[in-house]
Design a protein around this ligand. Sequence first.
Ligand SMILES: N[C@@H](CCC(=O)N[C@@H](CS)C(=O)NCC(=O)O)C(=O)O
Length: 219
Amino acid sequence: MPTDNSNQGAAPLRILGRNNSFNVRKVLWACEELGIPFEREDYGRGFRSCDSPEFLELNPAAQVPVVIDDGHVMRESNAIVRYLAAKCGNETLYPSYLVRRQAIEQWMDWVAYDVTHALRGAFLGGQLREHPWDNEWFVEQGRADLIHEISLLDAHLAGNGPYVTGNDFTVADIPVGLVVNRWFMIDGLERPQLEAVAAYYELLSERPAYLRHGRNGLP
Ligand SMILES: N[C@@H](CCC(=O)N[C@@H](CS)C(=O)NCC(=O)O)C(=O)O
């Protein structure tokens, strides 16, 4: 296995995943911010199945995105986004200074864990009516948890913004930006007025890549 990070002249990045998937959209947005050329193939709900033996060999979790960089097969959208930014050596989007890097990663993990848990009830159950998340108790709990989590983000942005980790747009803003878009698009939620989150949504909307892959009419 090669141990250096450069693969100049390598084949274009392959992204396997439908472009209406929340997690695929993170990777598409990251590629556009970083100027990475890619080829995308439709896999996932409504397209080629993630349960086929060939796909399961790439990702035993049967989920999109899967990204292949010069033969290296990757899953987990946040880890892929970090890999791509690090590979490009983009010190603004993903600094190598560990204190800044940790601040970025903690917000990405917050999305992957706390917010995703809340969205199971609030979005998968409450909006898409997916079983088993559509249980009434679970939906209400998800909505309450989501309001709690986004209020926490609002307080953070009010004191530490305008981006999630301060003055610069970083890879942390990619998953958080997708969550904020979903927050404004989700049905059945008594959304409190959260001024800093609203301002953040408008700030991100100045980025063409966000309008293409984040705030693009999809929740
Ligand atoms: N933790 C994974 C979650 C991936 C995930 O949940 N993917 C969804 C789409 S957003 C999926 O594959 N759904 C099944 C399908 O589309 O067939 C990641 O961040 O990449």
